[in-house]
Design a protein around this ligand. Structure first.
Ligand code: IDP
Ligand code: MG
Length: 140
């Protein structure tokens, strides 16, 4: 139903290094409309819930520590084919494998601290947008 929407977070490493506006500009220039935006620090509980699908992974503890060590920018984005096109724009999870011109190739330091999140399916995009935003915070 929401195939024109996706969800992103600029992760703490991006914010710490001053990349917030540069990355938001790349997202805008790629044709995504920002329909919701929030600058916040996630609690440990929020991060654990958001990444619960990874709770069994060996990197889970580090991931939660990383994602809660400083503020993030959360955004809901609108564009045709949003989920697939945004995953293309950010590139592979591991920046070493990310293609030239992708956000992770340009800004990510490692597979863990990889600059941005992007939803991996329409269903998850919808869940992730609802996780961070109420209906009254979305301006489509
Ligand atoms: P994705 O963000 O590209 O969808 P996922 O496999 O969903 O990648 O993993 C979620 C996040 O967990 C990654 O973006 C990264 O921050 C972290 N992560 C994934 N794999 C590893 C790993 O092998 N080592 C450390 N951190 C990882
Ligand atoms: Mg993922």
């Amino acid at each position: 139903m929401n195939s024109n929407r996706t969800f992103t977070m600029l992760k703490p490493d991006s914010i710490e290094q001053g990349y917030m506006l540069s990355i938001l500009n790349i997202i805008k220039e790629a044709g995504f409309k920002i329909i919701a935006l929030k600058y916040k620090k996630m609690t440990k509980e929020e991060a654990e819930q958001f990444y619960s699908v990874h709770s069994d992974k060996p990197f889970f503890k580090d991931l939660i520590q990383f994602m809660t060590r400083g503020p993030i920018v959360a955004a809901a984005l609108e564009k045709s084919n949003a989920v697939v096109d945004f995953r293309k724009l950010i590139g592979s999870t591991d920046p070493k494998e990310a293609k030239e011109g992708t956000i992770r190739k340009r800004y990510a330091k490692s597979i863990g601290e990889n600059a941005v999140h992007g939803s991996d399916s329409d269903e998850n995009a919808s869940m992730e947008i609802s996780f961070h935003f109420s209906d009254s915070e979305i301006f489509s």
